[in-house]
Design a protein around this ligand. Sequence first.
Ligand code: ZN
Length: 394
Amino acid sequence: MRVLTTALVMVIGVAVETSCVNGFRNPFASDGSAQDTLAPIIKAYPREVNLGDTLDMMKNVSAVFHGDSVAVTCDASDLDYTVSGDYEVTYTATAVTGETSEKKVAIRVKNPERKVIYLTFDDGPSSQTEEILRVLRENDVQATFFVTAQYPRYYRYLAEAHEDGNVVAPHTYSHKFSIYESFEDYFKDLEKIQRIIEKYTGERSNVIRFPGGSSNHAFAHFNDDPDFMVKLCDEVQQRGYQYVDWNADSSDASGSNVPVTKLIKRACQLRGNEICMLLHDGPKKATTAAALPAIINFYKSQGYEFGTLTSPAYIFHHTVRPFSFAKKEPKAEKPKEVKKLRHASDSTKKNLKHLKPKQIDADIPMVGPTEKTEEKPAETPAAPAPQPETHEEI
Ligand SMILES: [Zn+2]
């Protein structure tokens, strides 16, 4: 009888488990939290470590199954801290039901002595891509292109960039900040640009750059959740992507065809051994291509190699904090308008979705830090304070 009861409880238990699972195909809820699934959900992040140092492989790693924590193990047998390069470790978690999950995570062992610059071009392909590719080819260097679908007539350059050994990676399909209205909107837009990249290069990329960078405040025009970007940064990593910001800014987003001399001055400030440089590929960025030979020559003369962002283990992150809706506007920035829009009705917000970022920026003053305009030549190589991206032109 006891055996029968136990068997019955087990059957009922399984039935309950199964019914819990039905309807939850997506392992993540819309807010990024773990949902019920048939197997544990492992959270683990790409990491980087200096040559010779070691990592606590369980730091910030967790697994849950139906809301309960589950033990996680890590197989890091392929990781060699004495040889720089990109590695993969495997996390495993097993639920009480015996269901097992595996998650592969990229780890980069980097040589801090190695001088390397990553040139990154946002917003193309455009009328400028051909010239940028010509300069890169002529100087025998490669770059990373974070691309959009804004100028379809130039798609062919995606293939050309790829053939030259450049990395073609997603920026955004639409470059509308309304993609930050929800996870669904964001990932739908990401998938659309991935398909275009795949069509022209034969590959998808798991390295991405957010429109406006991860520290953008533009999302707040479309999303009331102050933590939305914090959650999105986490979500993209849980889905196997890595977002890349920058630690050096050529300042070419500060206007249309910013003077070449200014671009060179801003871009050629030494900022440590590992530089991720923000540049743009757009119809009003002809001076960026014109400044490129001098920028490349400068970094070559300083002994830098030119790298591309090929793995989720390349970590150039801005600090992303919850957005403060209560933050006071400087007087010059028309606080009344902002207040009105922040509390705008849903229909008003929907209408804003149709505006281009330029119009949005012009109509709605931004809260928080804006791009530094003051130029201070770096006297000694040092890690710079990351700057939010501005898109005045696009
Ligand atoms: Zn952009």
